[in-house]
Design a protein. Structure first.
Length: 130
């Protein structure tokens, strides 16, 4: 019975984390587009506001997503270590790897690709104003 409960717990946690992760990803991408283009709901925003949106919205969303996925992945590993059935344990480790891959993707995407491009776009708009 414990193996069934553990399997359902791993599956439920992973599906919930994926669903929440995709929802937050959409929020991150929408805010990133607004920062890059300087337009929010059809209204141009100042470069000061774009910097503010990057620091107070985009970065916290991305950090939350990375941390959340890693926390759920650790939970999956903890459950996997507690079961006796190697199939259930393997399932838990695979789900944890899936979530860790998502967290790693966002860590690399944010730090190497997205933030430098957003900073460059904001700086370019600042220099165009001067």
């Amino acid at each position: 019975m414990w193996n069934l409960i553990a399997t359902l717990a791993i599956l439920g946690a992973t599906i919930a984390a994926y669903t929440i992760g995709m929802w937050v990803t959409r929020m991150i991408n929408e805010r990133g587009d607004e920062i890059l283009y300087g337009v929010v709901k059809g209204v141009p925003v100042s470069t000061k506001d774009r910097w503010f949106m990057l620091i107070t919205n985009w970065l916290p969303y991305a950090v939350f997503l990375i941390g959340f996925l890693l926390i759920v992945a650790i939970g999956d590993v903890r459950i996997a270590r507690a079961v006796d059935d190697p199939v259930v344990a393997t399932f838990g480790y695979l789900c944890a790897a899936f979530l860790t891959t998502g967290a790693t993707f966002w860590l690399l995407l944010g730090s190497i690709a997205t933030v430098p491009n957003m900073v460059a776009a904001i700086r370019k708009s600042e220099s165009a104003i001067r």
